[in-house]
Design a protein around this ligand. Structure first.
Ligand code: MG
Length: 241
């Protein structure tokens, strides 16, 4: 039986300071238990690639809240691969489409997001170290709204075909995508090769669609969702062994 785990990053695998270090033993333990790792986060491809390389793993990267799936070529024997050695399956809309929408309404709702923020402002809103802030600004499909003075823009965006979802820190604006649809596609690929046992771990509202598609759903923290809850990710191993 193939084992596959979907991991949210912010406030699930990665803590307040964005350091990969506390997560390293978790990843090592999951690998030793035979799990394939899939990150499933609103973070960009470049940010997720940074963490995968820090951990030295060939993770599947579901980026920008389900907007695209990057399959490492040597994991899924994909036919096409780009310069970074991944096969990309695009599910969302291009970043420019999202940005144009937000730029139109930014003044009215006092919106701040990557596309209208300077590097220093991004660091201020997110607390990201500069190197990671630069990777977060390399967006392909979605925007992250750091600040607004009224949430009236949400209904307007949804009426025009966008999705606005709440992560553990901010709102994310995407096309018609979510973490669950992308996770399901990854699961289908693995199921073509045999039985799969799947786990999903998350902490935020935007993780719920992903939690719904896994055999075992684990919530880190106090999200109001009917699944097993743990207070920190280290404790998932009590449920996996
Ligand atoms: Mg999170």
């Amino acid at each position: 039986m193939t084992k596959l785990i979907f991991l949210d990053l912010d406030k699930t695998l990665i803590g307040e300071d964005y350091s990969p270090e506390p997560a390293r033993p978790i990843i090592e333990k999951l690998i030793s238990l035979g799990f394939h790792i899939a990150f499933n986060s609103s973070k960009t491809f470049k940010e997720q690639l940074y963490y995968a390389r820090e951990f030295g793993i060939d993770a599947i990267l579901i980026v920008e809240n389900g907007s695209a799936i990057y399959f490492p070529k040597n994991v899924m024997d994909g036919q096409n691969s780009d310069a970074e050695g991944f096969e990309r399956l695009k599910l969302g809309v291009d970043y420019g489409v999202v940005l144009r929408e937000l730029d139109r309404i930014a003044d009215r709702y006092c919106l701040k997001y990557y596309g209208n923020s300077m590097l220093e402002e991004v660091i201020g809103f997110t607390g990201l170290p500069e190197a990671l802030a630069r990777l977060a600004m390399q967006r392909e499909f979605s925007e992250t709204v750091f600040r607004y003075c009224s949430d009236g823009f949400v209904a307007g965006l949804e009426g025009r075909g966008f999705r606005v979802t709440r992560g553990s820190r901010f709102l994310t604006v995407t096309g018609q995508v979510d973490k669950g649809t992308a996770a399901r596609i990854v699961l289908e690929r693995f199921r073509q090769k045999g039985n799969v046992f799947s786990v999903a771990v998350g902490d935020g509202e935007n993780d719920i669609p992903m939690l719904e598609v896994a055999d075992l759903a684990i919530v880190v923290g106090d999200l109001d969702y009917d699944a097993v809850h743990v207070d920190k990710i280290e404790r998932i191993f009590e449920l996996l062994s």
